[in-house]
Design a protein around this ligand. Structure first.
Ligand code: SAM
Length: 219
């Protein structure tokens, strides 16, 4: 029998509005639906997967900005990486970092299965160590890994973003608990949001979509 996590991510918006928004949003491709089904059949829980609202925002940002080189921190089973690959031109590339061996194997299998392995490179290991040595600049960076390290990743990401490049950061509202932090993750995310808000090097919008998504543009 499948296990359920004690504290799964819940929507911060009204559930009916969330469902309506999903119904009115471009539908996931067949391969993305298959990837979700495959993830569900392999794992006890898949609530870390960012979902169609975040996925479609990423795709839209890639198409509108023309970003060709993308860095993702936090692959999980490859959902957002494959979504982003769908919006990339033929010569585009994604580097995605994952430290969990089980997720690495599953993501790798999905990249092969869904024919995007030529566009996606999976870096295996701790992003906190690996990110510093990644060379070149990126048009878009998607930050979706260990929440307490967001401020560290933020500085690294700013160094690696092209001027005008986008940093998209997931879970910035942490179930709304950033308003009154009662654990170290909520506290770290609250500090991160404040850091971005004060930073003159960027402009940003915090979207109350799903668990909170901030889109940051490097000036
Ligand atoms: C929220 S999930 C990513 C979801 C994925 N972006 C998606 O939309 O399907 C976060 C992932 O980051 C990975 N992770 C957490 N800390 C990490 C670190 N320091 N280095 C690399 N991966 C990390 C976790 O193992 C997990 O798979």
């Amino acid at each position: 029998m499948k296990k359920h996590r004690h504290n799964p991510i819940v929507q911060i918006t009204d559930q009916r509005i969330e469902e309506y928004s999903l119904r009115m949003t471009t539908v996931e491709s067949e391969r993305i639906k298959e990837l979700v089904a495959s993830s569900r059949s392999e794992l006890d829980y898949i609530d870390m997967l960012s979902g169609n609202l975040v996925g479609q925002i990423l795709k839209m940002l890639i198409r509108v900005s023309g970003a060709k080189r993308i860095l993702e921190v936090g692959t999980f089973t490859g959902y957002s990486a494959v979504m982003m690959a769908e919006a990339l031109p033929e010569d585009g590339e994604i580097i995605t970092i994952e430290m969990n061996i089980l997720y690495q194997e599953l993501a790798e299998r999905h990249f092969k299965m869904f024919d995007v392995e030529n566009k996606i490179t999976l870096m295996k290991g701790n992003a906190q160590e690996l990110i510093k040595d990644i060379e070149g600049f990126f048009g878009l960076i998607f930050l979706d890994a260990d929440k307490v390290s967001y401020s560290f990743y933020y500085e690294q990401a700013l160094k690696k973003l092209e001027s005008g490049g986008l940093l998209v950061v997931d879970n910035v509202l942490w179930n709304g608990t950033v308003l009154e932090p009662s654990d170290h993750k909520a506290e770290a995310l609250g500090q991160f949001n404040g850091l971005v808000q004060q930073d003159k090097r960027v402009e940003q919008v915090l979207l109350p979509v799903r668990d909170g998504l901030t889109v940051i543009r490097k000036i």
